[in-house]
Design a protein. Sequence first.
Length: 201
Amino acid sequence: MSHLESREDQWLAINTAQEVIAAAEIAVIASGHLTCQFEKSRNLPLKQVAGQISRIRTPSAHALQQVICHKGYVLPQTPDELLIGATYMRERSGYSPDSQEHEQNLKTLKQYLPELGNKLGPDDVIDGRVGYRCVVPGRMPVAGLLPSGNTQNRLAISTAHASRGILSSGISAEIIADQICDTDSGYGRHAPVVNPVRFSR
């Protein structure tokens, strides 16, 4: 998808070949760190922060049966593999895993779970993956209707969930649904603190 275009009473999703790939009266921009590619959200103070996770092979079968969260986290994958992460790098670019960030993940694991981390080293790293969080000043998400002057084809946004999207994205969806459908899920009291227009005041 290349951009959004408002035409008559609809939002059109346009691809790079300038073809319409979707059309609707209501659109929601929910594109993480790529949110700024859209004209309507370009003025928001969005920043991207890279995070790398590391897949680790343990020397022997581990007994971990659940996810453990600390400054980072540990996820059991198989009886002899763990997923650990994640780094927080503001000046990072690209998607290739970095050996120093693997070592940083291992160091964090040793700090918070020494009984597990002290058994692991750089040679136990299988591979990794890099992703990007979207953040704004104040660390609160950005969610709600964007001002458009048009009550027919409305545009909403849900972004800047940073490292807590698994919690905040669902609440943000309820806030947006309430605004669009004129309903009350009970989450409306949070709408002012995530309102996208708060940065233009």
